[in-house]
Design a protein around this ligand. Sequence first.
Ligand code: PMP
Length: 448
Amino acid sequence: MLPPHRDLTRSNAQFAKAVKRLPLGVASTFRYWGDDRTIYVKHGKGGRTWDIDDNNYVDYRLGYGPAILGYADDRVDAAAMRGMQVGGVFALSTERELIVADRVAKMVPAAELVRFSNSGTEAVMAALRLARAYTGRESYLLVEGGYHGLFDAAMWQANVADWDRASNTDPEVIPYGKGIPQTVKQLAHLVPMNDFQRLEDTFRRHGEQLAAMLIEPIQGNCCGITAEVEYVQLARRLCDQYGVLLIIDEVKTGFRVGKGGIQGIMGVRPDITTFAKAVANGYPIALVAGREDVMRTFRYGGASHGGTYTAHSVSLAAAEECLRILDETPALETLAAYGDRLKAGISVILNARGIVHSYTGHSSMFGLFFADTPPDNYRAWKTSDYSFYDQMAYFLHDLGIIVEPDSREPWFMCEAHGLDDTCLTDTLKAVETAVDLTLEHVAHEAAE
Ligand code: PMP
């Protein structure tokens, strides 16, 4: 079978020009997909994106999740236009802040009080600061495979890639990149997801010094690996026992897996929650929300919080409308049902070829995993044949489907996918071809 061909003449030319002015030719390092495969977007609508060569893609990255309804949603964009009439930012408050906060509190009962931020990073940074201010402690606990943003304190990970599974040791804790001070590491502790004993031991040893435990119960940056409900319940109990605040990072899961987020599904009430991506269908806004007594630590003489662009009138109006739609219409059911149909269709293709696979996460954001049981923590991800996924993703791009090249990023669904049947048929056709091409590629490699 001939590999698919995609014309990227304009994107390649744009890259050649852009790289002279922009590092890697892009605005975010993860958007660089190689000198000849970095694409530039003309526009997006619904569940699809068009590049500047007019290649059309069904898009399952959705900007890493924000476009929960679909790109350029007419309802949210009209609201954003109304927000523009308000005038931007004033270093003063507007009435709409309360309207949005009321909606959030209605949808997520643990969100007793709400503050706004501009990005997930900013929201989690504020949440950790809040926890430290409230508890008077500095250390914190992270779960391996989690991602909480770009600030120094969150940039520690388990080096699973260079870890010998048989060694009976923990993977080394390393920074995500250069420029992160080693001194910060002293305050960060990491535990493997779903290891109950290790969680108890870690609290026993460090619990009295911890300000917070941060957890993504569905790891939106690690195949959608999911915490067992009992694990999150144990985290809740240990936090209570040791006076530690539980921060559930719902930057990806919030207003996506359900109206009340993953905490609603699992029935665990955090002290602080962070939200971002799906709040306003892609307009930049994020939330820090939580227990009243904790949140009131944001005050003069307490934890500092603010920001010039916080609660910008455009984002706020978009959030009001997006959350209204998510709360009052079946949009979330529509997109989760689409995810179910997509998984079922992919399974038919893979089963017909005897390819063992499983899914992680939630139907609205799922990971595809080439092993019969999905990983239950980041260490297990290493046992998966992710090279098959990586090659398949490469072909999918050429075939008009955008998924993350890295198997750790889940596929994201939006309402518009569920309302346009061609998204499903086009995707399944492309997946079938991509799988066959990957099988051929693997066979070819083995023969060499
Ligand atoms: N927390 C989680 C769970 C995330 O997935 C992300 C972004 N992928 C962040 C925090 C940081 O958000 P942002 O990119 O908006 O800064």
